[in-house]
Design a protein around this ligand. Structure first.
Ligand code: 13P
Length: 251
């Protein structure tokens, strides 16, 4: 019922040429994968060229961030409609690296998600606790604050254009994946929160991705969990072979 999504977050890696070359390698490897939504998120400067490169393929393009205004005197920012203009269908919002290094807050995440879905993008909204928060038993409280903050003012229809990504910060780029039990219990908690805030139908339909050291050898176990609907992949998305192997988790 929920179509799995495998998304690659390329972060600050790869030139335009390297991005196009990676997709040229990836396209034939994933072309026969059915019933999985495959998305990659290159850096802003590559978006337009990369969108051309994936035309007529089963790969969609995401940006890694956006601003909430449509236009104006906002030096350095990029508006959702310009992402669509560059060929994006998705945008990642509130990644923990943006929260940690660039002052992203639940309030800015909320404004960006609103603007993104108003413009017609699917927003991939990231949440996740720090190691210190997990160790002090505050994981659920942190996740609840982030989810409620990100989704404040939204209705059930809006949720059709939102994908949640649970990325425990301590599992990002560390090689430490959350155990399947640790991931599943947070995914279930998020789904229950959404059922409470919206309704059971909305919570049953919303996709919740796991991110944090997802690799070809752990994706299958993660995807077997009832509330894990996909993966947001960093390091392993930078190589065609490993990303394709992750996208092929069920073949
Ligand atoms: P890694 O897969 O490199 O741990 O990164 C996860 C991530 O941050 C995806 O957004």
């Amino acid at each position: 019922m929920r179509k799995p999504m495998i998304a690659g977050n390329w972060k600050l890696f790869k030139t335009i040429e390297e991005s196009v070359a990676l997709l040229d390698e990836l396209k034939p490897l994933v072309k026969d994968i059915k019933n999985v939504e495959i998305v990659v998120a290159p850096v802003f400067t590559s978006l337009s060229r990369v969108s051309d490169a994936v035309e007529n393929s089963n790969i969609s393009i995401a940006a890694q961030d956006c601003y909430w205004e449509e236009e104006g005197a906002f030096t350095g920012e990029v508006a959702p409609k310009l992402l669509i203009n560059a060929g994006c269908s998705h945008v990642i919002i509130g990644h923990s690296e943006r929260r940690q290094y660039f002052g992203e807050t639940d309030s800015t995440v909320n404004k960006k998600v609103r603007a993104a879905i108003n413009a017609g993008l699917v927003a991939i909204v990231c949440v996740g606790e720090l190691l210190s928060e997990r160790e002090s038993n505050r994981t659920f409280q942190v996740i609840e604050t982030q989810i409620i903050g990100a989704l404040s003012g939204f209705n059930a229809d809006d949720l059709k254009h939102i994908v949640i990504a649970y990325e425990p910060v301590w599992a990002i780029g560390t090689g430490k994946t959350a155990s399947t039990e640790q991931a599943q219990e947070v995914h279930l908690y998020i789904r229950e929160l959404i059922a409470k805030k919206f309704n059971p139908e909305t919570s049953g339909a919303v996709r919740i991705l796991y991110g944090g050291s997802v690799k070809p050898d752990n994706v299958k176990n993660l995807m077997e969990q009832p509330d894990i609907d996909g993966a947001l992949v960093g390091g392993a998305s930078l190589k065609a072979e490993s990303f394709a192997a992750i996208a092929a988790f069920n073949v």
